[in-house]
Design a protein around this ligand. Structure first.
Ligand code: AMP
Length: 120
């Protein structure tokens, strides 16, 4: 689990690592994934370091609400807000076994192609 000093997403928040930022709020930042899995693949993170979405919900529910609102804004900006526009997924991988590789809370906003269920 990365501590804030070595966390790649904290470094993006701090401007030490570049990212293509598409939206931001006082408490959250949205930027394009380096390795996109769909035509739209944007990560939405808190500016503060929290390990995962559950930890964020416990520590700061208002910041989680802000993160989800920013994800909804990104989806709308990408033309994926609702079913008539194709829709989107907001995914929080939580724990290494579920595919989490960066231990700073992030929602994946995915869209622009058909989505299967159940996910792999
Ligand atoms: P997860 O596997 O759910 O933890 O997702 C981590 C995501 O972060 C992956 O989709 C990576 O492609 C993405 N990622 C890792 N480093 C960067 C970076 N420097 N800029 C943008 N996306 C990144």
């Amino acid at each position: 689990m990365a501590d804030p000093e070595s966390c790649v997403f904290c470094k993006i928040v701090g401007g030490e690592i570049p990212a293509i930022v598409v939206a931001e709020s006082d408490r959250a930042l949205a930027f394009r994934d380096l390795n996109p899995q769909a035509p739209t693949h944007v990560l939405v993170i808190t500016r503060d370091h929290h390990t995962d979405v559950g930890a964020l919900a416990r520590a700061d529910p208002a910041a989680l609400a802000d993160l989800v609102a920013l994800a909804a804004r990104v989806a709308a900006d990408e033309g994926l807000a609702d079913a008539s526009a194709g829709g989107h997924r907001l995914v929080f991988n939580t724990g290494a076994g579920a595919g989490q590789s960066v231990f700073h809370v992030h929602g994946h906003v995915l869209g622009g192609r058909p989505m299967r269920w159940p996910p792999g």
